[in-house]
Design a protein. Structure first.
Length: 347
């Protein structure tokens, strides 16, 4: 059975390699859906932008991981005017860079900067191209839904949500503490915000359908202290940092950025940690007087015990076998989005 998307992508890459005279016509008639072409369509790429992206992809497949803007435009365009137009598409607020498809070593703000910057094609572009040529497409499955039945199930979902928030914060606020732990940020900020919002809604719906009981220590803890979902994610994120990454304290301002979608949102929520500190759930130390966001935030031991139920209900033997290792592997955006979307990587 033929694969139309595979044939179309193969023909385009071949035309790129050979500088075929009919490349413009092929780009104009390219598919608008499919594993690879849907990424281009959702990014709203024009033909000339798609050409630059395919040139970068072809170069990477040929063993050259990165090209300067000058090299990219020289391979993609004929004539000085077309190359200047190509450089204008490589600036920081252009779709290729802003939407995370081409990754520059420095963000170019103008054509001269784009000319000397070095660009590499994002892993998500290469991965999708490779998947087009795979023999079997990944199987999709629905994310978990319904009431929480176990403590482990709830903690794993909060881990997923924490990572979705961390990816968003890394992109929106350029936060190294979040982006420096294997969390890639290829997608546009708007896409990451929408993804985090959907995941938060899913967790909130599951929490709403979980009956009140003493079976889940973390849920009992949240209800006892009247915690909202963002409060719970903040506390769990600090816990994950401590247990899985050996980080005893987190910058308070980064925790507020974690649950904020934008700078205006950050300003509105700047006192978000104060109620948690008043309740004794979060320690804020080393702050300038009256300036909570300059503090280091950590969890008192008694709060860790209450959240995980170490003095009450514990994770059962069967759950404990894979629980810790599963949470550790969720530090990778690959495994997180694979589980979240049913076999698909972070895209």
């Amino acid at each position: 059975m033929t694969n139309p998307e595979k044939e179309a992508l193969a023909a385009l890459l071949d035309a790129i390699d050979k500088a075929a005279p009919d490349l413009s016509a092929r780009l104009a008639s390219r598919p608008r859906d499919g594993r690879f072409f849907d990424l281009l369509e959702r990014s709203e790429l024009l033909d000339d932008e798609a050409r630059l992206l395919l040139v970068a992809l072809s170069a990477r497949l040929g063993g050259k991981a990165a090209l300067t803007g000058a090299e990219l435009t020289q391979r993609a365009a004929t004539g000085s005017a077309a190359r200047l137009a190509g450089l204008a598409l490589l600036v920081a607020d252009g779709r290729l860079v802003a939407r995370g498809l081409l990754l520059p070593d420095t963000l170019p703000t103008d054509a001269p900067g784009a000319e000397t910057a070095t660009f590499r094609v994002a892993d998500v572009v290469l991965r999708r191209a490779c998947e087009v040529f795979a023999l079997r497409a990944p199987e999709a499955r629905e994310p978990p839904a319904g009431a929480y039945r176990t403590q482990a199930e709830l903690v794993i979902d909060l881990r997923r949500l924490s990572l979705a928030y961390r990816r968003r914060a890394a992109r929106v606020f350029q936060l190294d503490p979040w982006s420096g732990t294997g969390i890639e940020t290829h997608e546009a900020a708007s896409e990451l915000a929408a993804e985090a919002r959907r995941e938060a809604e899913r967790v909130a719906q599951r929490l709403a359908t979980t009956p009140s009981s003493d079976a889940l220590p973390l849920l009992r803890f949240a209800r006892e202290h009247d915690l909202g979902l963002d409060d719970l994610v903040i506390l769990m994120t600090v816990l994950f940092q401590e247990l899985l990454e050996g980080v005893g304290a987190v910058d308070a301002v980064d925790l507020v950025k974690l649950v904020s979608e934008s700078e205006p949102d950050l300003l509105r929520r700047r006192q978000l940690l104060r109620p948690l500190a008043r309740k004794g759930l979060l320690q804020l130390e080393g702050a300038y007087e009256g300036k909570d966001l300059t503090a280091d935030a950590s969890l008192p031991n008694k709060v860790v015990d209450a959240m995980l139920g170490s003095r009450a209900a514990r994770i059962g033997p069967d759950e404990r076998l894979d629980f810790y290792e599963y949470l550790k592997q969720l530090d990778s955006s690959e495994s997180f989005f694979s589980d979240l979307h049913g076999g698909e990587a972070a895209e």
